[in-house]
Write a protein that binds this ligand. Structure first.
Ligand code: GDP
Ligand code: IMO
Ligand code: MG
Length: 431
């Protein structure tokens, strides 16, 4: 039996949603283990697009979907998502969708603080999604967070909110000159959420470990990407959770020996939303072309994504940090028609060559990419379903990625649709 973790290798939006939806066919359970509705995961099935921010991308395959304890969940957004799925005829009842009782809840003050901080920072802003993610994880770490288990005990919930709001209101009023929040209004609003969500709240670690004993297969769906990881990313221009594969265990409640494979999703070029260094960023017409052809707009905030060449310094870092057993290359079709393609193999810094991703943003910001130039292909590859049918130059590009990352490619994606895929090796089939 196999249990597979899927992670983004770059700065998010690599196409995780499409691949999780595709591989969910072979899983019994799909679980999100970190992040919140800062994520936007797109699935396209029979020409119909679904964007999921909180619900795991296994929901369209009819699988049991779990929201892990490592997540921060905005109940208002979750309920909207559930209503939307329900209206589209997809079962999201308590047997299908379960929320960890230990997952943290995004409260209105988290969103206010996130946005107020960003406004105050001006040019120095992180470019967060404004969804309250950072402030919610901050409260988790400082032990004044609110968890789903608290929703099940209304009396305790009321007291907790009143106590927390004393401090939050002081901060909002005196630091940001913002309006104070009314505890009664929040308590009332969240009681409504509790009424609807209570049947879904459960100990998901027990659910998963029982499933493992019954030889069922689990797919762990990472959000964001390795270089947005709070420890390993381009700090402070990162999100507030661990996005790497190691956190799948902690954020869902299983032991590491259960994980049998880790698949890294790689966009065939690089994109980034928000601020922070990006060595291979393009500021010319090729960057514009990729942005337009790839429809590179954020699925959560609608912001234009910054685009650049593929960076294998980034990918080698991701391969090591996640223990990748395989890669999925997405959006290869977006590169159709480009005369030459560049792959970054290292950085030049102060006359020296760097091959490992630096921790210092000052150094990273001054790094110049060293490129290898490969010939492109003029053909439209979106209809191709076999590796052998790809143009020779496309195969050469893929081989070079495998060589430079020392990781085999399992799947190639040539379009947003579930079927627009070339399957080389199914990660659920143990090698
Ligand atoms: P995620 O956050 O990693 O799930 O990725 P997003 O959904 O935010 O962004 C990926 C975008 O690329 C979505 O609009 C997908 O529908 C689209 N997409 C995924 N794979 C492919 C592909 O192989 N080719 C093309 N052209 N689009 C793709
Ligand atoms: P998916 O799962 C791309 C970025 C934000 C910002 C930084 C911090 O769709 O790949 P946050 O709101 O998390 O505090 O913002 O992280 N970011 C993402 N970028 N894809 C995502 O998710 C992201 N989630 C957060 O743009 O730069
Ligand atoms: Mg996304």
């Amino acid at each position: 039996m196999s249990n597979i973790v899927i992670v983004g290798t770059q700065w998010g939006d690599e196409g995780k949603g499409k691949i999780v939806d595709l591989l969910a066919e072979f899983a019994d359970i799909v679980v999100r283990f970190q992040g919140g509705n800062n994520a936007g995961h797109t699935m396209v099935v029979d020409g119909e697009q679904f964007i999921s921010h909180l619900v795991p991308s296994g929901i369209l395959q009819g699988k049991m979907c779990l929201l892990g304890n490592g997540m921060v969940v905005d109940p208002e957004v979750l309920l909207k998502e559930l209503d939307n799925l329900n209206n589209r005829g997809i079962d999201v009842g308590p047997d299908r969708l379960k929320i960890s009782e230990k997952a943290h809840i995004i409260m209105p003050y988290h969103k206010h603080i996130d946005m107020a901080r960003e406004n105050m920072k001006g040019d120095q802003k992180i470019g967060t999604t404004g969804r309250g993610i950072g402030p919610c994880y901050e409260d988790k770490a400082t032990r004044r967070g609110v968890r789903f288990v608290d929703l099940l005990d209304p009396k305790e919930f009321d007291e907790k909110i009143k106590t927390i709001l004393e401090e939050k209101n002081f901060y909002l009023e005196h630091y940001f000159s913002a309006e104070k929040l009314d505890p009664a209004g929040i308590i009332d609003q969240y009681k409504g959420y509790a009424d609807r969500l209570s049947p879904h709240i459960i100990n998901i670690s027990i659910v998963m470990n029982k499933a493992i004993k019954e030889n069922k297969q689990i797919l762990f769906e990472g959000a964001q990407g390795t270089h947005l990881d709070i420890d390993h990313g381009t700090y402070p221009f990162v999100t507030s959770s661990n996005t790497v594969s190691g956190n799948a265990c902690c954020g869902a409640g299983i032991g590491p020996k259960e994980i049998t494979g880790v698949v890294g999703i790689v966009k065939a070029y690089t994109t980034r939303v928000g601020s922070g260094p990006f060595p291979t960023e393009l500021f010319d017409e090729i960057g514009d072309k990729i942005q337009k052809k790839g429809a590179e707009f954020g699925a959560t905030t609608g912001r234009k994504r910054r685009c650049g060449w593929l960076d294998t310094v980034l990918l080698r870092n991701a391969a090591r940090l996640n223990g990748l057993t395989g890669l999925v290359i997405t959006k290869l079709d977006v590169l159709d028609g480009l005369e030459d393609l560049k792959i970054c193999t290292g950085y030049e810094y102060n006359g020296k060559i760097i091959r490992d991703f630096p921790a210092s943003l000052k150094i990273l910001g001054s790094c110049k990419p060293i490129y290898e130039v490969l010939p492109g292909w003029p053909e439209d590859i979106s209809k191709i379903r076999n590796m052998e049918d790809l143009p020779e130059n496309a195969r050469h590009y893929l081989n070079r990625i495998e060589e430079l990352t020392e990781t085999p490619i399992d799947i190639i994606s040539v379009g947003p649709g579930r079927e627009e895929t070339i399957l080389i090796n199914n990660p659920f089939n143990l090698k």
